[in-house]
Structure formats: C-alpha cells, structure tokens
Write a protein that binds this ligand. Structure first.
Ligand code: GAP
Length: 554
C-alpha cells in the first residue's frame, strides 16, 4: 500500500464518521476492538445492499444455466443453536486460527499474519557484522539470513511494507541494530549498514520457523527476540450460556456462519416448501468470530453479517452449477456498482480449500482491491462446492441418517444433494461500495463526491426549495411527502443552494430537485445530476416516473 492509498483509506474512514455511515461501537466508552455501528446513512446503504441481494436471489432470481427460473426460498434461523450443530459441522474442533503470544507485552496475533524482514546476504566484511554466532543471548541483535531481523503484524505484503516504511527506522533502533532503512517496497528493501548496502526482503514468517524456534524471532511489538510463544490453536467461536446455570452443559456458541442454520433446516424445508432439487435456501444474518487480529476498519470484524446461499443439486451437475453461480455472483457485484478493475475472481489453489470442499469442483473468491490491500485484493464472497459434506455430517450427528436424504421422484433415487455455496459478507460489501464510490473532486465545494450506484445510494434524491418563501417550501414538502412513500428522499430547506448540493455530493445522492421561481410559473423543477453536474428541467409531475426509470423501486 502506498502513502497515497493509505491516506485515501484515512479519508474514507473520516467521511464515514463525519457523515454518519460508520461509527466505532461503544465509542463513548473508548470503543471495543472489532465491533462497528452503522449510523443513519450507513444503515441505509447496508440495507440497500441486503435488500438488493434478497430481491435478486430470493424474490426474483435470474434464470439458471438451462434458462428456467431458479427455485429459491428464504430463511431466518437463530444465532444460538444446539451445540451439536457445531460438532457436526466441524467448527467445535476445527475452526481455529494459529495464534502467537508475546509473553512480555501480553499481545496476541495470528501466526499467519506475521511478516518478517529477512536480510538476503550478510555484509562482505564479517568483522563488521553484529554477533550472529550460535548461542547469542536471546535479547542481542541477530543478523543472519535464516531469521527475520524485524517482524510486523500485517495481512498483506503491501501493508507490511507500509508499516516498515512508516516505523522501520524506529524499530531498527529498538532492536539495537546498527543500520538504517534505505528503500522499502513490498518486493525489495535495502538497508544501509555503516555505508554498506544490504539487500533484504519482506516475507511471511514460515509457520515451521515459528514453531521450531519462536525464541529466535523478534517480537513485532518490542522488536527483540525471546518473548514469542510457539503458535497455539485458538477457537474463533464466541461462547455463552443458555439458562440460569453457567456450566459445561449450558455452554453454547454464537454462530460463526449462517450456513449451518440452513443445513439444520434442510429437512423442514423440503417437507414443507414444495422445493425440488435443484433449489436454494438463502439467509442474511449476523455471524460472530472472535478474530485474533480484527483490522482494516470493518473488513475483519468480530460481529458481522453474511448473505449466504446453499444451493442443493444432484452431484452429477456440480461442475455446471458451480461455474454458473461463480459467474452470476461476479456479475451481481458489478450490477450494483463494482464495475472497476478493483473487482476480480480468483480460483483457490488446492492447498487453500476448506475441509468441506476438498473433493469438490472448486472454490473461487470474488475479491475487491481495497485501499488497504492494494496492490493485493481482499475476499468479498466465496463460492464453494461444499459437496454433501454438511448434510452427511448432520445425518450422522443428529441420528437422522438416511432420513436426511432427498428423494428425487423423477429419478426414483434417494441421495444427499451436493451444495454450491455462494457466501458473501454484507459488511465487506458495504465497505467495497464505499471505497468504490469515493472520488476526490477539488472542483466541487465538498471536495469529494460519493458515486454510489443509484440503487445503492442511501439517499435517492434531495428536494430543495430555492428560497424559504413564496410557497416554494410548500411545493417542496408536497413533492417530498409523495416521493418518500417509495424512496428514501430528503427535504432540505435551509442554507444556500451550493451548500445543500455539497452535502448531497458528499453522501452520494444521485439527483437533487430544486423548486425555484420558474416552478411557480410552469410547474417544472431543476434536476441536478450528481455525476455530470448537468442541470435540466422536468415537470414536477414527472419526478416520480423519472426516479422510477433511473432507480427502480428499491
Ligand atoms: N459459510 C462459509 C463461510 O462462512 P467464509 O469465507 O468464512 O465462509 C464468508 O465467510 C464471507 O463472510 C467472507 O467472504 C466475508 O465477506 C465475510 N466474513 C468472514 N469473516 C469476516 C469477518 N471477520 N469480518 C467481516 N466479514 C467477514
């Protein structure tokens, strides 16, 4: 991440705070790490995203690969479920992150988020090098090519380079290393060691190295070696207790994904909803993960919302449905405004596949290049062929066995359907919409314009009487009262018109309608277009159909 992109993210975060998109949770008490609140405009934006998803997935889904309509139903299952659900799904034992503690500072981080600065070659004059002989005391500066000389916690090489660039000089001093940082990019770093250039590089610290020699790796907090523990598995599920007694028996988990609520209701839905394979169950809801290092604004939160589909299919059709869902989900994100090259699709390598997808047709991530991942990308949605893993597990753990199979009347066959799972994050989606919309524009009084897709814009239109007299406020109020039945619109009567436009640019309102002197004469209003700044006139009676054309009903 460059300085420019770093400051771009700072500006987006500041705008989110200033214009009531996103606040830190419990801010008046100093906040709580990994939790975020959506203010009035953020709540509208996120709701628009979720409503569009529900409408396009459950209510009016696209035609499938053979041109016929998809069979989709919705669900709203609970956050707390019987604990056996999480034993069956594998989360109780397998939903872990490897975690390392710094015994001195008591700080904790994900082992796979530790980046190290490795020196490529030692200085030509060995006498000039600090002591690197075996048995060097743990706190002495180490300089050899096997271990990093500095470490930092980051989720990408770009972020690691940025941290190093910002603080590397200070850290080298804290580490007691007699060298200076000369150049620093994610690909290459050069150090100045008493006038001799030393080539170095940033790379993730290998898990094996952390495991075998944690004492030789400098802490990312103190920059001295000797205080890190080896990685330990840390279960990410939050625990709570159900009922008055708090004991092992009453312990329950907050769900870490909404998907299992769908699998646990599979039998209920096929028995009651007249759905036939292929069909899908969709759900939007909160999920909770006690992330070791929540970071990057809302990107990695501890409480977040998912929009998940479990699409049940005959096993023989998995490859076709997987490809169809992958491509249609990508097209959907584009349809709501993520049209730039910041959106990409990435197929997982075999060694990245989750346990439930190992034997499947594949997994792909739809990724977005956020300012904090740039030049890399961060996951927005995963599309995975989960095989029949979950249904088989629930059949076994619930004791339902064969009863959880689907009976295919056409083929006179009983089987566990396979599942294609497109699983998206509503918070990451909202964040991507904010990042994509943000445009600096020094030619506008606001200095910034949020170019949301009209369907996503939190405020669809603003209505302004040019002045607060001559019956203009009354005409504006009448128009506002009519439009608000369908859209989130705003009436703003006070201040000069330039300031009112500026406020709307800053929150991405696509259209402003102004009632002026000419309105009184010919019943027309000025329409101001956010992106082009063009202004034209339409009849006041056409405003509703104008917005319907441009925005639709949600
Ligand atoms: N049921 C499959 C599943 O949960 P996942 O990749 O762990 O898969 C799906 O999560 C989506 O949920 C991600 O693509 C991301 O958008 C969102 N997500 C996951 N962890 C998150 C977190 N800590 N904060 C915000 N969103 C998260």
């Amino acid at each position: 991440m460059t300085q420019e992109t770093g400051s771009r993210m700072d500006k987006i975060v500041a705008l989110c705070r200033r214009r009531a998109f996103i606040f830190q949770s419990s801010e008046i008490y100093g906040g709580i790490n990994g939790f975020w609140d959506y203010g009035p405009l953020g709540a509208e934006l996120k709701r628009n995203l979720k409503n569009a998803w529900w409408k396009d997935i459950v209510q009016c889904p696209a035609a499938g690969p053979d041109g016929s309509w998809l069979d989709m139903v919705g669900l709203d299952s609970t956050i707390i479920m019987n604990r056996r659900v999480w034993e069956a799904s594998g989360h109780a034992t397998g939903f872990n992150d490897p975690m390392v503690d710094d015994r001195q500072t008591k700080q904790r981080f994900r082992a796979d988020h530790l980046f190290g600065l490795y020196v490529d070659a030692l200085p030509a004059d060995p006498n000039a090098s600090p002591d690197t002989s075996p048995g060097t005391p743990a706190n002495a500066p180490a300089l050899n090519t096997a271990f990093p000389i500095l470490t930092m916690v980051a989720s990408s090489a770009g972020e690691a380079a940025e941290l190093l660039e910002a603080s590397g000089r200070k850290w080298l001093k804290e580490a007691g290393l007699p060298m200076k940082l000369a150049t620093c990019t994610p690909e290459a770093v050069t150090l100045d060691y008493r006038g001799t250039p030393l080539a170095a590089k940033l790379a993730p610290v290998p898990a094996a190295q952390l495991k075998s020699a944690p004492g030789s790796i400098p802490s990312p907090f103190t920059h001295r070696a000797g205080t890190l523990t080896e990685p330990r598995q840390f279960n990410l599920m939050f625990k709570t207790y159900v009922g008055a007694v708090q004991d092992e028996e009453s312990m329950a988990y907050l769900r870490p994904e909404t998907a299992q609520g769908i699998f646990a209701n599979f039998r209920n839905i096929i028995d009651t909803s007249r759905v036939k394979v292929p069909f899908g169950i969709a759900q939007i809801g909160k999920a909770f993960r006690n992330e070791v290092t929540p970071r990057n604004f809302t990107f990695r939160s501890r409480e977040f919302e998912q929009m998940e589909i479990e699409f049940f299919i005959h096993p023989d059709t998995a490859a076709e449905w997987y490809a169809w869902w992958r491509d249609s989900r990508f097209a959907w994100w584009q349809s709501i405004g993520l049209t730039s090259s910041n959106l990409q699709m990435r197929a997982h390598d075999r060694d990245e596949l989750a346990h439930y997808a190992k034997d499947g047709a594949g997994t792909s991530d739809i990724e977005y290049r956020f300012p904090f991942t740039d030049p890399g990308f961060g996951e927005l949605e995963g599309v995975a062929h989960r095989t029949d893993f979950d249904l088989r597990q629930h059949a076994e753990f619930s004791g339902l066995g064969e009863k959880l199979k689907y009976f295919d009347q056409l083929q006179n066959q009983r089987y566990f359907p396979h599942v294609i799972e497109p699983s998206a994050g509503a918070d990451r989606g909202t964040l991507a919409l904010l990042c994509e919309a943000y445009h600096d524009d020094p030619n506008r009084p606001s200095g910034v314009v949020m170019k949301f897709h009209p369907r996503m814009a939190p405020i669809k239109a603003a209505i302004f009487p040019l002045v607060d007299k001559d019956s203009m406020p009354e005409i504006a109020t009448k128009l506002f009262t009519d439009l608000r039945r369908t859209w989130n619109v705003q009436l703003d009567i006070k201040q000069n018109i330039g300031k009112r436009y500026a406020r709307m640019d800053e929150v991405g309102t696509p259209y402003c309608f102004t009632i002026d002197t000419q309105t009184l004469a010919d019943q027309t209003v000025t329409v101001r277009h956010r992106d082009t700044l063009a202004q034209d006139r339409i009849g006041i009676s056409q405003v509703r159909s104008f917005l319907s054309d441009k925005i639709g009903e949600i």
